[in-house]
Write a protein that binds this ligand. Structure first.
Ligand code: TGC
Ligand code: FAD
Length: 403
């Protein structure tokens, strides 16, 4: 019995919509994709859903899930197995992110950061020695990593960063600060982007016990509350020169990692949207007003019909992006379009779903409000909604609105 006095009628649940696959998108997926989806979905139902409202309300990160995420292969699903990844394709990676974000955007963030923003740069730009030293431990969840690009005064414009280093024998001395860094207070290492003595942006692996390094927690977040966020502070921080990623210089280094993570978010947001839609559909079938289920009112049907239409469009956009990513042909601008569209779609659906739940929609009995609050962060990190619009604008006009 719900607080409002309505009784759930299981017969009214439309089980064939378990995956809300309105356009038979499943036909586009392989057996491996479907297997990965159901394995992660089961794990989320068992390990995340029962605890997430509580952790989110208390603004605590469920740290025990870092190991479980490794066990289900959520870290670097499309990276090679010999370097700690899952050896799967980009669509499998996307589907895993979708199922994680069905649980919570913060849980998906734990996996996105570890796989796409920590393992990927070490895999793509690291020396063989760095790969062997760090990747297996990151893939197995023994080490937790974080990614430091954003600074207090440089968010959307990372090229202006002031964090920099000078050389001192076989070490570098790093000074500066990074802001809004997912996982930083619990991380064993940080991939930090800083300017070298020539002013070029370089990637540096900073281990947590490096002298002059600290990672204080940021409190007071009303969004992504089950994800821990902090700063990275470097005060004459000494790091071995051997920790510089040798294979990249310039902003394209961190931006290519962002491409990988933004791709995952384009899929992840579909999971949050599906969860809100699912809850709204079920609630509207159960809740009686004016002697009818809410689902029988035209205005409720309009909301539900628009939701499933937008979800279906987002699924097709993500799938096509995945096909292009598998062929190495997904451009940064195409990824921007999908990240922007799908996250905004999920946020709009969360708001509509909240309305369908009436007053109950603001409680933690339903996942809606948590997803809605989380999605405000997802709309902003990895490039804001408007930055991605301007990236698309630059692609279609050839004119750069940033410079
Ligand atoms: P611009 O001159 O356009 O580009 C510099 C160089 O980078 C190349 N490039 C890319 N390469 C790979 N992937 C991409 N997505 C790329 N975008 C650009 C570009 O070709 C160029 O290469 P080259 O060889 O000519 O040097 O750079 P700009 O300074 O004008 O900036 C452009 C802009 C604004 C689009 C970019 O800086 C941007 O994307 N800003 C948004 C910042 C952002 O997304 N920050 C995210 C921080 S990390 C985060 O939020 C993690 S959340 C983690 C979680 O919890 O899930
Ligand atoms: P600003 O850049 O100050 O932007 C403020 C507003 O101005 C936005 O609406 C923006 O769209 C708009 N704006 C800016 N420039 C323009 C322009 N040229 N034209 C039009 N509008 C513009 N960063 C990391 O490096 N690593 C992480 O792990 C990480 N995790 C995060 C976790 C959380 C919970 C949050 C909230 C952020 C995280 N970030 C991380 C930082 C995130 O990427 C930045 O917040 C984001 O890039 C925006 O930067 P900003 O907050 O400084 O906003």
């Amino acid at each position: 019995m719900h607080q409002n006095g309505t009784t759930a009628s299981k017969a009214q649940y439309v089980d064939r919509y378990q995956y809300h696959d309105h356009y038979n998108v499943d036909e586009l997926l392989s057996e491996d994709h479907l297997l990965a989806r159901s394995a992660v979905r089961d794990w989320v139902s068992k390990e995340v859903k029962p605890i997430i409202e509580d952790y989110s309300e208390r603004a605590e990160c469920p740290k025990h899930l870092f190991k479980g995420l490794a066990d289900i292969g959520a870290y670097g699903p499309s990276l090679p197995m010999e370097y700690g990844g899952g050896g799967m394709d980009e669509i499998a990676y996307g589907i895993i992110m979708q199922e994680l974000e069905r649980g919570d955007s913060g849980i998906r963030s734990m996996a996105s950061v570890q796989g796409s923003l920590v393992m990927y740069p070490i895999y793509r730009f690291g020396s063989e020695e760095q790969k062997r030293k760090y990747l297996p431990k990151l893939g197995s969840g023994e080490y937790i990593g974080c990614f430091g690009l954003t600074e207090p005064d440089h968010g959307s414009n990372p090229s202006g960063m002031v964090t920099s280093y000078v050389e001192d024998g076989d070490h570098i001395i790093l000074n500066g600060a990074k802001m809004w860094i997912t996982n930083s207070p619990v991380a064993d290492l940080a991939v930090v982007w800083a300017k070298d003595p020539q002013g070029k942006i370089r990637g540096v692996i900073v281990e947590k016990d490096a002298p002059g390094f600290s990672a204080p927690k940021i409190s007071g977040k009303l969004s992504l509350r089950a994800s821990i966020t902090g700063e990275l502070v470097f005060e004459d921080c000494r790091v071995p020169k051997a920790n510089i990623l040798p294979e990249v210089a310039g902003l394209k280094g961190p931006l290519s990692c962002l491409s990988k993570a933004r791709y995952g978010i384009a899929w992840g947001a579909i999971g949050a949207a599906l969860e809100c839609y699912d809850s709204a559909l079920r609630y509207s079938m159960e809740r009686i007003q004016f002697d009818k289920p809410l689902a029988q009112f035209q205005l409720t049907q309009k909301k539900l019909a628009e939701m499933i239409t937008e979800i279906t469009k987002a699924q097709l956009l993500a799938w096509k992006l995945g096909k292009m990513a598998n062929e190495g042909k997904a451009s940064p601008a195409q990824i921007s379009m999908a990240k922007r569209n799908n996250v905004n779609m999920a946020l709009v659906i969360a708001r509509e779903a909240r309305q369908i739940h009436g007053g109950m929609g603001i409680t933690s009995e339903y996942p809606i409000m948590r997803h809605m609050m989380n999605l405000e962060t997802v709309l902003t990190y990895e490039g804001t909604h408007d930055i991605h619009l301007l990236i698309t604008g630059m692609e279609v006009t050839g004119l750069n609105a940033f410079k």
